[in-house]
Design a binder for this molecule. Sequence first.
Ligand SMILES: [Mg+2]
Length: 229
Amino acid sequence: MIIAFDADDTLWVNEPYFREAEAALLEMLSRYYPGEDLLDRLYQQEIKNLNIFGYGAKAFTLSMIESAIELSHGKVSGSEIQRIIDLGRGIMSQPVKLLKGVEETIKQMSSEHQLMLITKGDLFDQESKIARSGLADYFRIIEVVSEKDEATYNQLLIKHNIQPDQFWMVGNSLRSDVLPIVELGGQAVHIPCDVGWVHEHVDVDESTRQTYHELTCIDQLPELISKTA
Ligand SMILES: [Mg+2]
């Protein structure tokens, strides 16, 4: 059995750092742009940039800068741009804070199963976080990918010679960690996180909900796998 984990907001805190930077940006821009749709405008910019800049803090920083320029009609100052860059730097230099139960669970499971880490985003940032997490040695395979969709997972399964029915994926995002795995015939475990990114949100109906497992904390995972597998 191969057990794969998402990293951001599954193993460690990530999204809250983005939301903090976003709140600081909104405050900075409020004097240039009174509209209530400020947050939405930033999100639209992020989505527009995804295909070019990809996921992660650096892409987010560029989107924040672009939004600031656009929404202030070019009036945002050099020192304010610097402040936005500092907000982005702040996201990337946060200490890696493991979520509840992660260290014990990963350690325990690594002695019974082959563990894999599959994360998307900026390669440099993700490699840095993996190294700083102290968890790297527990994973037999670590993959940083640019998108987590069915095609990517299929390629990874082929690359590592893994049968879908031998594959479990655990993560906080239905869109990126759960639904593609269900489609491929693997077992998926959703562990929702308090703070989410709207891009990762999907509504699922009751019949879809039956196709994956849902836990409230990663420490429930060993029992679920031993009962199911
Ligand atoms: Mg995640």
